[in-house]
Each structure stands twice: as structure tokens, then as C-alpha cells.
Design a protein around this ligand. Sequence first.
Ligand code: HEM
Length: 412
Amino acid sequence: MSPHRPVPESLALLTEGYAWLPDLLRAEDDTALNLRLLGHPALVVRGPDAVRFFYDERHVRRHGALPGPVVSTLFGHGAVHTLDGEAHRARKSLFLPLLEADAVAGSAEHITAAWDEAVPGWREQADVVLFDAVGRVVTRGVCRWAGVPLAEDEEEALARDLLAMVDGFATPGARHWRARRARSRQEKRFGALVTEVRSGAVRAPADSVLERVCRHRDASGAELTPRVAAVELLNVVRPTVALSWFVAFAAHALHRWPGNGRRLRSGDAAFATAFAHEVRRFYPFAPFLGGRAVTDLTWEGRKVPAGGLVLLDVYGQNHDERLWKDPYAFRPERFLERPPGRDVLIPQGGADARTGHRCPGEAMTVGLLEALSRRLADLPHEVPAQDLTIPLNRVPTRPRSGMIIRLTGAPR
Ligand code: HEM
């Protein structure tokens, strides 16, 4: 980036990192607090009741809440994330099939097949940077599942762009501008694909994600413009590739606490689910979520005027000792003892995905993380010396090395 290019100021609040809101709340020994952010009054909340408060459309709206640089990299302009009310409900219907069991099973089938195709190549390499390797595997698998045509020689560039869009959303500087370029390249490419499908030049498999996006109609009855259709197609493909972060974390957990690998290899399905939930709870991904107050609001005696910011402390809630015993211990067993409460475990948002903004890809994420963690546990490997620190002032963070593994044998 040129040294004269302005740093988007709204990113500054994200670069404070994962400990920012939890530290402020700890200092107050409270679950809510008032702040001033970028010159605006803000209310920070946490806890299952606060989740319901935050997801009530009468309290919090999303339009105009997300910083421009986040929309320009992570979600895309006009994305479902930025809509409210009827417009949101109509657009969200496009994503609801992702919640169904056949989407969870279908995506896992294609992505584990892509993993199995990649393993022989990994065996020829001395070291495999798992974060990058999983990015390519998931890109191949999710495109096949979603009906998006992708030549083998295009896979690596697409994977790199999808990872860049996630990696650069919260950071001023080179990572941010790389993310913008990646998004603009892929919106053009996916937009052209939508136009080709609509003209009949490319055939989209019946009822595939590609076909549904191309024929979707908004609340007004109009079809999506090719650019917005591209944005929403990317809103399925891109976050699926973001599984790279969680798989790198799963590898980190298997290395630090090897007993988990033994239990995953035993084929205990309930344990695999619990392990996936604990990876999503324990490791940092989304630091917080934000919206704007629809009207003057009061929460636990704290006020925020209409238009003020309301922030839900996601990372803090997933580590709140009021909700979790030994929150900083990695213990999948906690989810065998008690299944995750809807508004308690919120790495992908809270409340109901059918009616609110909660992530519609959560069941897919859990299914894929279970399947890929089991594949990883079945893959004899060692973890050579490397920098495994996970810096909490980097958003999104990951093991600094990208999680390097060295294969020592054929999959079990
Ligand atoms: C929304 C996290 C995977 C599609 C969200 C939100 C979070 C999130 C925090 C915002 C919730 C809110 O604003 O209230 C994640 C993480 C993932 C993941 C950490 C795994 C690494 C997926 C997958 C898909 C997906 C696999 C699709 C296949 C979406 C969409 C939204 C969303 C479309 C917007 C929903 C709306 O605004 O109504 N996700 N997600 N995500 N996610 Fe995910």
C-alpha cells in the first residue's frame, strides 16, 4: 500500500484484537458497558439474554452498521448481512436450504473427497502448510458441490483470493488492499458466470447453489443483478473456505492435547461433534458483532440512543466463566455433558438462523469440521518445530506458521 493512502479509520476498532471488549468488561466486572466509538455512543453486551436483545429487530438493525472496509472485503456490497426486515427475510430464504441435512452431507461428501485426492500430493512434499492446503481442498470441494465450474489450474488462485478476503477484512494495510483486489476480481468472475447461466451458455446443475442464486428473486420480485448474485454466491463459497482457520486450529488442538486424536480415531461420533464445538468455542474467530440501535434502548440500566452502536461480545461470551467452567481449558467433553445452548455458544452468531442474521452455514461448518478433524486424526503426521503462537491482536488470527505438518505414513 502507498504510504499516503488513508488508513480506513473504522478498522482501528477491529485491530484492537480479541481481548479488547473482554478486558473492558472484566475491568468493570460486568456483562454490559457504555463506550464512545468513532465519536458515537456505543453499548457493549454479552450473555444469552443479551443475545436475544441484540437479535430482536425492534432493537438492532444491520443496515449502515458495518464499517465500509468490512463490506468491501468480507461480505460484499448489497450482501444479506447488511439487510433488515422484509428485504432480509426474502434474501435469507436463498440460504435456508444450507441448514438442511442434505446440504450438510453433500458438502461434506465433496470436500472429504477433495481431501482424499490431495493426500497423495501431500505425501510427496516435505512439509505441508495445512492452512493453505485446506484452502485448496475446500475450494475444489465446495465449487463441485455448489455447481460452480472450476478448472484445475484455476483452483489455487481462487483459493488464494477467498482466503485473502477473510484475512484482510479487519486490518488496515497490505492485507486489506489484497482483500479488496481479491473481491473485485472474484465478483467480476462470478458475475460473468451468473450471466452465462442465465443466457444458457453454461448449465447449472438442477437445484445447485449456483442455480438457486441465478433464479432467486428479491422482496420486490426482481432477480438479483449479476453483481449482487456474485456477492451471494461468494457468501457461500468464501465462508466455506474459511474452514481453513478452524482446521488449522483443530490441528493445533490435536498437537497440544493428543488424547483428542485417539478419541477421534476411535470413531466416537458424539465426541467428534463435541470436538468441533470446542474448536469453535475455544479458538478466536469473530471478535464481536455490531448493529445500530433502532430506537433509544436501555439494557441492564445502560442506555444507548437511536442510531448508536450495539456490540455483542462474541469472543468474550465464548470464554465467560459465568457460562463455561474453566473457559480457557480445551475440553470437548463439556459438550458431551451438555449440548450447546442456542444463545450460549455463539461463534457464528446467536438466536434463530431462519429468522435472524445467525450464520446459515453453521450446521455445515460443524459437519465439515467433524469430518476433516477425523481425516486429520487418521493421517499419521508429526508437527515439526515452528511458530505456533496465535496472536490475539491479529483479526482473524491463526497459528503464525499456518500449522505445518509432516506426513509419516498412509492414512489409517
Ligand atoms: C453469517 C461465522 C461458515 C454463510 C455469519 C456470521 C458469523 C459467521 C459470525 C454473522 C452472524 C450475525 O451477523 O448475526 C462463520 C464462521 C464460519 C462460517 C466462523 C466457519 C469458518 C459459513 C458457511 C456458510 C456461511 C460454511 C455458507 C455455506 C453465512 C451467511 C451469513 C453468515 C450467508 C449471513 C447471514 C445473515 O446475515 O442473515 N457467519 N460462518 N457461513 N454466514 Fe457464516
